[in-house]
Design a protein around this ligand. Structure first.
Ligand SMILES: Cc1cc2nc3c(=O)[nH]c(=O)nc-3n(C[C@H](O)[C@H](O)[C@H](O)COP(=O)(O)O)c2cc1C
Length: 179
């Protein structure tokens, strides 16, 4: 049994990446894992101010919801990030979340497998490449971890479009089942 943390970063109702994240959650639960799902919707997460004091104290000088969320990242074996594609990159919300995980950088961490779930209007095979590249850059900074796979959702523009793509839902479920 693995401890799986799913972080869903879209803020809109009927989010496609969130629908896929929920499928991952179902699969991971069905496989008997300990799964926690969190949405960044409604969370108070300030930008990293770059002071680097966290590199000595392992804590951020800012007080907001990130302190709790960092604990969850630290306790997970598997991380699954879900993001809408904004300007052919990950969402700003997810990037800010990753930046704010900087207190973890100088510490020993246990999360190993990191997955990415994306949704974009563009259904070209490479529409999520920059977001995948971005997450790989973050992963590179945590030597015990590696990029374990992605579900790339294309052709998704309106809320709940993902519900019409059975293959994609199945892919997300299978990803969860096999974490
Ligand atoms: C600010 C913004 C930028 C976007 N940029 C792109 C883009 O570069 N390429 C693309 O295919 N879709 C783009 N989209 C469309 C979203 O990726 C698409 O609607 C996606 O399904 C949203 O995911 P969500 O439902 O999980 O929020 C953009 C949408 C917004 C709001």
């Amino acid at each position: 049994m693995k401890k799986v943390l799913i972080v869903s970063s879209s803020l809109r109702g009927g989010s496609n990446s969130d629908i896929l994240a929920r499928e991952v959650q179902k699969g991971a639960l069905d496989a008997g894992n300990d799964v926690e799902y969190i949405s960044l919707k409604g969370k108070n997460i300030k930008f990293c101010i770059g002071c680097l004091s966290c590199q000595k104290t392992y804590k951020c000088v800012q007080t907001d919801d990130m302190a709790d969320l960092i604990d969850k990242v630290q306790n997970a074996d598997v991380l699954v990030f879900a993001t809408p594609i904004y300007y052919y990159e990950m969402s700003g919300q997810l990037k800010t979340f990753l930046d704010r995980c900087n207190p973890l950088f100088p510490q020993k961490n246990k999360f190993k497998d990191v997955y990415l779930i994306t949704s974009s209007y563009d259904d070209a095979v490479n529409a999520s490449d920059r977001a995948i590249s971005g997450i790989k850059g973050w992963i590179e900074c945590f030597e015990q971890s590696h990029f374990a796979g992605a579900v790339v959702g294309g052709g998704l523009n309106n809320p709940k479009d993902a519900k019409k793509q059975d293959d994609l839902l199945q892919k997300a479920y299978e990803l969860g089942k096999n974490v």
